[in-house]
Design a protein. Sequence first.
Length: 146
Amino acid sequence: MIISERGCKILRKEITIDATVENMTVVNDFIDELLASFAVSMKKRMQLDLVVEEIFVNIAHYAYGEQTGKAYLQGTVSDEPTTIELIFCDEGIPYNPLEQKDPNIEASVEERQIGGLGIFLVKKNVDNIAYEYKDGKNILTIKKNL
């Protein structure tokens, strides 16, 4: 934990793990450790958990095709106001999820196309989201006010 000159608490952690669905619990533990010293409402926490799971599971399922690659996750939490920034990084197939067209949530289940709902929910539950492909890496950054 770092205390800034203004007295803000700032915590930064990072992990690198195999991008497999089985490591979702490792990712959840990582988020728990990041947030342990900060007051976060249950609603905000549930929104964040949904976002993190959606992004990590998509990396695990799609970034490396049939292979297993690495996922890198860096998190920074600060307390004035309480915010979290998460950076998800992989060296998989270049893919910008923000280019995905939002699904028509007004359409009936029969009319709705498969896919796209996950990133739509991510976008609706964060305050800022950005993607870049740099040095052979997909980098997705989210920010959420807690």
